[in-house]
Design a protein. Structure first.
Length: 376
């Protein structure tokens, strides 16, 4: 198992790590556990130094905020939770910034709601921002936007948020650090409960092994972790559930610490391409010239200069069909512009986009990462 862990974690190019409130804060006092955070960030910095792109999904804002506001222990009302998150998020972001800057790394704060990963336009915006931050060497620290999210737009837990983020940015490894060291055949406290080191298929029998949350501070138990595993593995991302209570938890995991690995069903690239190709209904058509067809067949993005016509009504982020002058479908992809804006910039050089639209948009009509060539 140690060899599997080393391969999946050390060789991953893009890693998302989720940390729970029970690790980041003291359950009795609500204070930030600075020793643990410092050791964890040192692990993140070491992985970043060897070329791995790192993203952190962090709980803890509500726990920190409720202490600062003097709110009682126990279940909070929605408005109290949102107020606590508003206060706690400032301290949480500052703590990460201080810890990461000590290693020469920039920290970026990203707050998301369910809508941001389900509405395609917002999904594309969030994905583009995260990819840009990673390209510039920053470490994004992500949390649910508890201050504005209501029940209908909530994740309710950061396990599934982490899995959605991992899928969104095509990560190849997701680590859920918690106060448990993996999945067991029964609650670990029960006699005969057996630890499961690897899960290659999340069957109904595996789902039935889930128990309740391990601590009062946690909004998600094993059920949410298995739900996250379904999202991650379908998106081409390996996922581990590991005990993060030790100092330097990522280093410990790399050295063979006990965990449960969930095996990805494909690569992130293949999963994303499959989603674009067959999982989305096209809203319009973009007709391109022979030069653009040749560029697409050689793995390039679709630029406005190669577009000759725009058909149908679509918005930024919608799936569109790309066809040649004879009506043959060449590709499908996610449009960076609405049909109205696309009609204004078609045939023009990308440098002219700002002048034509009044804002500096994307250079590509469809980026190659958001485009799938049709077979045959």
């Amino acid at each position: 198992m140690a060899a599997v862990t080393i391969a999946r974690l050390s060789n991953a190019q893009r890693v998302v790590v989720k940390i729970g409130s029970a690790l980041l804060t003291d359950g009795k006092t609500g204070k930030l556990n600075r020793d643990w955070l410092g050791a964890f960030v040192a692990d993140v910095a070491a992985m970043r130094a060897r070329g791995q792109e790192m993203l952190i999904v962090s709980s803890g804002a509500i726990a920190l905020g409720r202490r600062a506001l003097g709110l009682p222990s126990g279940r909070l009302k929605l408005e109290e939770s949102q107020a606590a998150a508003a206060v706690g998020q400032i301290g949480l972001a500052q703590a990460f910034q201080e810890s990461l800057s000590a290693h020469g790394r920039n920290c970026a704060q990203i707050l998301l709601t369910l809508d941001d990963t389900e509405t395609r336009r917002r999904y594309l915006n969030a994905r583009s921002t995260l990819n840009t931050l990673l390209r510039l060497g920053a470490v994004p620290v992500i949390n649910e936007n508890d201050t504005v999210a209501t029940s209908e737009i909530r994740y309710g837990d950061n396990d599934r948020l982490a899995a959605r983020v991992a899928s969104m940015i095509s990560a190849d490894c997701l680590v859920l650090l918690s106060d448990v060291d993996g999945l067991y055949t029964a609650p670990p406290s029960e006699p005969g409960a057996t630890h499961i080191p690897e899960v290659t298929d999340i069957t109904p029998e595996i789902m039935a092994m889930a128990g309740d949350a391990a601590s009062e501070m946690s909004r998600g138990g094993m059920k949410t972790k298995l739900a996250a595993a379904l999202i991650a593995t379908e998106g081409g991302c390996h996922m581990a559930i590991a005990n993060g209570r030790t100092l330097h938890p990522l280093k410990a995991l790399e050295e063979g610490g006990r965990c449960t690995w969930f095996t990805a069903r494909s690569t992130p690239y293949a999963a994303r391409k499959r989603w674009i190709s067959g999982g989305l209904k096209t809203k319009g058509t973009i007709v391109v010239d022979a030069g653009a067809v040749d560029a697409l067949l050689h793995g390039r993005s679709l630029l406005p200069a190669g577009i000759t016509a725009v058909q149908g009504r679509f918005e930024r982020g919608d799936a569109v069909s790309v066809r040649d002058s004879e009506g043959r479908e060449i590709a499908r992809g996610l449009s960076a512009y609405s049909n109205e804006d696309a009609a204004r910039i078609l045939g023009h050089n990308s440098r002219e986009i700002e002048e034509l639209l009044g804002f500096a948009g994307r250079a590509e009509m469809i980026h190659r990462d958001d485009l799938v060539l049709k077979k045959g």
